[in-house]
Design a protein around this ligand. Structure first.
Ligand SMILES: Cc1cc2nc3c(=O)[nH]c(=O)nc-3n(C[C@H](O)[C@H](O)[C@H](O)COP(=O)(O)OP(=O)(O)OC[C@H]3O[C@@H](n4cnc5c(N)ncnc54)[C@H](O)[C@@H]3O)c2cc1C
Length: 405
């Protein structure tokens, strides 16, 4: 079945958010990315991961988002519409009770080291081995704004759970230092519609991108994304929201549950299109809750020097980059893109965008990207107007699965 068989793959809140953001008729182009099953490569992806991020509601109707882990191979996919998990949530997990009855969930599979991610929604129920998830709707995703981190397992003894209704100084410090966060939201509308249910999404930015206004109020910037508006669309219809901050060094999980409103005119942060204002109702901090630990992989960023600019059309320029240190570049396949990172004067933190590699994969000394200047775009305008030959930029390894076979 394709998205057209499912009717519009977006619910009224998502469509309202798309329209408000001027994203056009998203269903018209996004249909191919939205399915009722997991394609083979996505099944292989989810079942290769050591953890999944899952959102859902508790018995009181609050939305939470959590991380579920298991030993190697804990996730299996007996068919394209089912994922089985041979594991159990800890009893102090805010979603443990509803998982035990069976409930709607949103799932995010994410590999922080390769920047791959993929989302689906469905229904989780207890099974002999742990849980079974019946899949409802699946999405393809692009890899913007993910900090690279490699994982390992560690002996872990979960610490004492701290529950509260306002953030402590330590919790505020953790949020202020975070460059990664997960957000869960949901919507129950037309009975049985594919677009109903929960969504689990990743949000990332420079450390401190989540602003702590006070001990019960956070502001989360919403950057240009895939234009699906799953999170914003859900929150427009149901403000209940769950947030998850992972302590990557200790395996601690900080779960927050609250209510969100959308600020469509944030003003003070050019990179952010919108702000999600979250009023926190409940906090559950679970020290050393999981056995996974992650380390940043900043050394994977390469410094590139702009060797040549070539004007292709009135608003498209090709930029030819070479490695600043003269060492060979990481090869790429046709169809992959180059994630670049820039410090733009007047911008807080790093601005990140991805550009398709438009040169030949056989040229091992150059990366070529061809960029259309967006009149009101931050990065494309900066590159066109200010990046002179000889300038340096940072780039991650070429990335992307949609390669020409
Ligand atoms: C995998 C991948 C490959 C890509 N490949 C290419 C490529 O080969 N070439 C290419 O040119 N792009 C490519 N892109 C898109 C690119 O990453 C950027 O999104 C694009 O250059 C716009 O970035 P920006 O910072 O200039 O615009 P942003 O600042 O991110 O703005 C996005 C859009 O919003 C509009 N906008 C911004 N501010 C306002 C405002 N205040 N009011 C109204 N509208 C506003 C801008 O005009 C722009 O159209 C690719 C993206 C991905 C994910």
């Amino acid at each position: 079945m394709t998205s057209s068989d499912l009717g519009n793959p977006f619910h009224a809140g998502e469509r309202a958010a798309q329209e408000r953001a001027g994203a056009g008729d998203v269903a018209a182009w996004a249909g191919g990315f939205i399915r009722d099953h997991l394609p083979e490569q996505h099944r292989a992806f989810h079942t290769s991961l050591p953890f999944l991020v899952i959102s859902g509601g508790d018995d009181a109707g609050r939305t939470w988002i959590t991380l579920i882990e298991g030993p190697d191979g804990f996730a299996t996919s007996p068919d394209p519409r089912c994922i089985q998990l041979a594991t159990q949530l800890g009893t102090d997990d805010p979603l443990a009770m509803t998982f035990a009855h069976g409930t709607e969930i949103g799932v995010l599979g994410i590999e922080l080291a390769s920047r791959r991610r993929n989302r689906f929604s469905g229904h989780i129920r207890p099974s002999a081995a742990g849980y079974a998830i019946d899949i409802r709707q699946t999405f393809g995703n692009c890899p913007q704004y993910i900090s690279e981190r490699a994982w390992r397992r560690a002996e872990t003894t979960p610490g004492r759970v701290i529950r509260s209704t306002a953030l402590s100084a330590d919790q505020i410090a953790q949020i202020t230092a975070a460059d990664t966060m997960f957000i869960g939201s949901g919507h129950q509308g037309r009975a049985g519609a594919a677009s109903d249910g929960y969504d689990a999404s990743h949000r990332g930015g420079p450390a401190g991108f989540v602003q702590v206004v006070d001990d019960t109020h956070l502001r989360i910037p919403d950057y240009a994304g895939n234009n699906f508006f799953n999170t914003i669309g859900n929150l427009m219809l149901d403000p209940s929201v769950g947030l998850l901050f992972i302590d990557f060094e200790t395996g601690g999980l900080l779960h927050l549950s609250g209510r969100a409103t959308i600020d469509w005119n944030p003003g003070d942060d050019h990179d952010a299109r919108r702000m999600i204002d979250v009023r926190i109702d409940q906090i559950i901090q679970r020290p050393a809750a999981v056995s996974l630990r992650w380390a940043r992989q900043d050394h994977l960023t390469r410094r590139l020097r702009l060797d040549k600019r070539v004007r292709e059309t009135a608003d498209v320029v090709s930029f030819h980059f070479a490695a600043a240190d003269g060492r060979p570049l990481v090869p790429f396949a046709a169809g992959q893109h180059l994630p670049i990172e820039l410090q733009i004067p007047g911008q807080k933190g790093t601005s990140r965008r991805s550009y398709s590699l438009s040169g030949s994969p056989d040229d091992r000394d150059r990366y070529r990207i061809s960029i259309k200047r967006e009149d009101r775009g931050l990065v494309s305008r900066f590159l066109h107007d200010h990046l002179a030959e000889g300038s340096l930029i940072d780039a991650q390894r070429p990335s992307g699965d949609f390669v020409i076979p």
